[in-house]
Design a protein around this ligand. Sequence first.
Ligand code: 5GP
Length: 346
Amino acid sequence: MRIEYDIKLGFKDVMIRPKRSTLKSRAQVNLVREFKFLHSPLTWQGIPIIAANMDTVGTFDMALALANKSLFTAIHKHYSLSDWRTFATNAPKNIENHIAISTGTGKKDLEKLASIFEINPNLKFICIDVANGYSEHFADFVKQTREHYPDKVIIAGNVVTGEMVEELLLSGADIVKVGIGPGSVCTTRVKTGVGYPQLSAIIECADAAHGLGGQIISDGGCTTPGDIAKAFGAGADFVMLGGMLAGHDESGGEIIERNGKPFRKFYGMSSSTAMEKHVGGVAEYRASEGKTVEVPYRGNVESTLQDILGGLRSTCTYVGAQRLKELTKRTTFIRVAEQENRVYED
Ligand code: 5GP
């Protein structure tokens, strides 16, 4: 046993220090980023915020709404091939730049991935997603996928430490997804004791990825637009959101009424709700590692997006970053013991 004594930080432990700026207005801030990739020859341009591949977030409807604003969606892996076929006939052509196909690491997953590419060979992004990206089998699967798809952009995760980011990039991933345990409906830290405070995970993993020419996605733990800004400030190239995009018209999930008010069901992909829905229950050898909650219905996702993007533009003006790309360079975090004033909250 060994103990690391240096303090690891989460979003709530810091704020971003304001800096002198020449920007006159938030309208001057450009949130669009352009990326070249470590392995794939493709390039990507857009606002690097991603809807999580959860079936109560990363839906086809969410993808259409987010693509409209140049954002991105990791489509959840539970759509059938016929759902993908229907989507292919009504989605705009440039949707390929704004969605990833999610997959697990089983043999059936690989076959399904191939079938989705048969439906639309122009799709560009593959998101290989497992709760624990530390297994040798996972790195092998990334290698195998890279051999099958030399030109596609491969996202792989989740991990939280630099050495594993490097291993996944060297195995063929272009982008590594970072986060174990910070998610709003995640119970991994409670069930297993395993995890890593998200801000430190981002800082350490971004450093490892950028050193090799790869990128990272900060996945999980953002509860406010300010957290998203902190994730970018810490070095995340992309930020993935679950809970912040749940509860909308586009999110999917059962609609429920409580005391006359509408709610939508939102659950972790390892919750017993998800496992019962998709794989017929929680297998005997494992525990559920996700929560099921009811979130207030929030209408159309567009106003939430405006709130997020407006907040991010404002962060950029506070530190003088004309482009989102400059935010990390212009970020100084201060360690804090308080966040917002909650006097009018119950
Ligand atoms: P949020 O933005 O809601 O804080 O976090 C979203 C992320 O939580 C997802 O992208 C995924 O990585 C993670 N997540 C989703 N479902 C589960 C789950 O059931 N268990 C765990 N451990 N993590 C989950």
